[in-house]
Design a protein. Structure first.
Length: 109
């Protein structure tokens, strides 16, 4: 849910994942990524959309979908990139930059 909220608020989430064996083949075949044996190689992509079954990422000059099961199995880091506009109190209803900074400070210490 947090990832979906970040995609809605900030337009995307930068993420890193462990590549599954058929990662490149599935990309070329336009098949959604699913969990599979890992290759011990990593990759970084930018998630820009989602629906109940799939997340959509930008990679290798195109879009690629992955199942949420793929996300759970392969994704090991995700980051919301806050635009400078997020400091404006009118940026998004309910978003509070001051509270976010306080929360981040609390978990960092």
């Amino acid at each position: 849910m947090h990832v979906q909220q970040a995609i809605q608020l900030f337009g995307g989430v930068y993420l890193g994942f462990q590549c599954q064996q058929n990662c490149i083949e599935d990309f070329h075949a336009k098949k959604p990524w699913t969990p599979g044996a890992l290759t011990h190689e990593g990759h970084a992509v930018y998630a820009v959309g989602y629906d109940p079954g799939l997340v959509t990422v930008l990679t290798w000059g195109n879009t690629q979908q992955g199942t949420w099961a793929w996300w759970d199995e392969c994704v090991d880091e995700a980051y919301a990139i806050l635009p400078p506009e997020a400091t404006n109190p009118r940026f998004a209803p309910g978003f509070n930059m001051t509270q976010l900074q306080a929360d981040l400070d609390a978990v960092a210490s």
